[in-house]
Ligand binder design. Structure first.
Ligand code: ADP
Ligand code: MG
Length: 346
């Protein structure tokens, strides 16, 4: 009989490998957006336009003015484990690009229809490939595009209906997409971002200073710019910069907490706790401080390669990082505000 158990061992076809792995790399439209934005930034883009249709399920489009991809490299860009960002384990140890696994575009092409059009500034015109879900990339065709890259992801997960079933409504998926865009925009204030949702421009953040970008993105939920305090600290190979909200700017939800490690948004329970602890009795009840903090650390002292989504990191010396963050936050709060019960300083 042809039961799974009686089948001989066989190596899976590449496409199937990509489709299986795609579930890990691309969980939902927001993860596709994240990968595409990181690629645009790794390519040095200064202007990025994002179009989201039906929560990103019907269509996602990212247009960047980065360095583009040469014609002969287009098929490689879509090949699994092909990357221009690392070439050795030594490179991985000190990687500073946002991507390095060479999986994102291949994964998207495995579970959606993907079109990739690109033009390096030196090229006379661009080239385009249009890949059907789970198929080989056809030969590139000439395309009239400005310098940079245009990627379109159409009908995400149409090839893997089981995954599609786990997604939420288009409105919720669109909100997740915007969360991702906000995080990336916070860590790249010098880049312009324009977001269209279902044909309408919903966000436009021109290139600006770090402080202004944080005020726009972290302050808009009720924490005005004057309620954001500067943080700045340094210890050995660690530096911490950013802004954090005064206690009265704290929110009922932890949705305005942004921590970046070497420019990458991360979730870190230990550091979130350290920050909360630094606020201590200045926060009443279930209130969450708002912050956008940027930790810079020698890349050999942190491992970002914990999970494909890279939102988790491991520090070589977590205690040292915790110490710096706790005291920096405490300092920022302490110099700006008297401790409760101490009265006014002047
Ligand atoms: P990774 O980013 O991990 O290298 P990806 O699958 O995301 O893997 O991208 C594969 C390669 O395609 C990248 O290494 C890069 O050379 C190229 N690439 C992808 N997107 C862009 C872009 N927007 N602009 C320029 N090159 C790109
Ligand atoms: Mg990438």
């Amino acid at each position: 009989t042809d039961t799974a158990a009686s089948r001989p061992i066989a190596v899976l076809p590449d496409i199937l490998i990509s489709q299986i792995a795609a579930g890990e790399v691309i969980e939902r439209p927001a993860s596709a957006i994240k990968e595409l934005l990181e690629n645009a930034l790794d390519a040095g883009a200064t202007q990025i336009e994002i179009r989201i249709e039906e929560g990103g399920l019907r269509r996602l489009q990212i247009i960047d003015n980065g360095r583009g991809i040469a014609r002969e490299q287009l098929p490689l860009a879509l090949t699994r484990h092909a990357t221009s960002k690392i070439a050795s384990l030594a490179d991985l140890e000190r990687v500073t690009s946002l991507g390095f696994r060479g999986e994102a575009l291949a994964s998207m092409a495995a579970v959606s229809r993907l079109t990739l059009a690109s033009r390096p500034a030196s090229a006379e015109h661009g080239w385009k490939v249009d890949v059907q879900p789970g198929r080989e990339a056809p030969p590139a065709e000439p395309a009239a595009v400005p310098p940079g890259t245009v990627i379109e992801v159409i009908d995400l997960f149409s090839a893997t209906p089981a995954r599609r079933k786990f997604l939420k409504s288009p409105t919720t998926e669109a909100a997740y997409c915007l969360d991702v865009i906000r995080r990336i925009a916070l860590s790249h204030p010098d880049v312009q971002f324009v977001v269209h949702q279902d044909g309408k421009e919903i966000r436009r953040w021109p290139a600006t200073t770090p402080r202004q970008r944080i005020e726009t993105l972290v302050g808009d939920g009720g924490a005005g710019g004057n309620r954001l305090l500067p943080v700045s600290a340094q210890a050995g190979p660690l530096t911490l910069e950013g802004l954090l909200g005064t206690p009265d700017a704290a929110r009922a939800r932890s949705d305005r907490q942004y921590l970046f490690v070497n420019g990458r948004f991360v979730r870190d329970r230990m550091l979130a706790q350290a920050i909360r602890q630094a606020y201590r009795d200045r926060l009443h009840g279930e209130r969450y401080p708002v912050f956008a903090l940027f930790l810079t650390i020698d890349p050999t002292l942190v491992d970002a390669n914990v999970h494909p989504a890279k939102t988790e990191v491991r520090f070589r010396d977590p205690a040292a990082v915790r110490h710096l963050v706790f005291h920096a936050v405490e300092n920022a709060l302490g110099t700006a505000l008297p401790r409760p019960g101490q009265g006014s300083a002047s």
